[in-house]
Design a protein. Sequence first.
Length: 238
Amino acid sequence: MFRSISKKASYVALLLTTACLSTTYAQQRFSVGPRVGLNLSTLRGEVTGYKLSPGLAAGAFVMYSSLNHFGISADVLYSQRGGRFPSTTNGITTTEFTQRINYLEIPVALRYFLTRSGNFRPNVFFGPSLAIPLSAQRVRQKLNNVDQPNTDNSSTFKNLDLGLLAGLQLNFPGFGARQRFLIDARYTFGLADITVPYTPVNVVPGANGTQNIYNSTITVTLGYGFGVGREHPSRYNR
């Protein structure tokens, strides 16, 4: 009788251990959620005088991770880029404005997870970023320290921007099961000239000759991921 009870107890313990391991090492393959944060952007190329300017980055993401180190993600973001331009003469600021370019940005990132499973899965990533301009304005304009009205200059910029991004993402357990906080830091290097051919009416202040001007953007966001679909046990921890 004692052997029978012992055998049953061992069987129950084995079941409980298997269940615990399955819960511990189950891996979420798909997740979705919101993302919001800060852009620090400027203009580079054949242009001088532009400083970093803050802007909003906000939207949503979907992410897939395989049962090993690799994954892929795609975002849809409202992304404010541009740069701050102070012009000085004899050490005195005479003209000042912030060039704001509002984009619908779609970055796609290939990700390499540094751990195969667990509650903390940091990853590095890189990939292309496609951005469609929605509008452009010069805001916070001053002339000889006198405030000026905002000016729409959307016609100065092309209908598409292409960039290359790279970055690091950290993630931590969220409030519920299959939920995670995501801290994402990335740099997007503009590959395409964002301005239309030069004419006297669409000149970009600070441009040196022809307007070969590119975006340069640092982005830091906080996201919150919700697991969707079924979880999969990691084949490395069975």
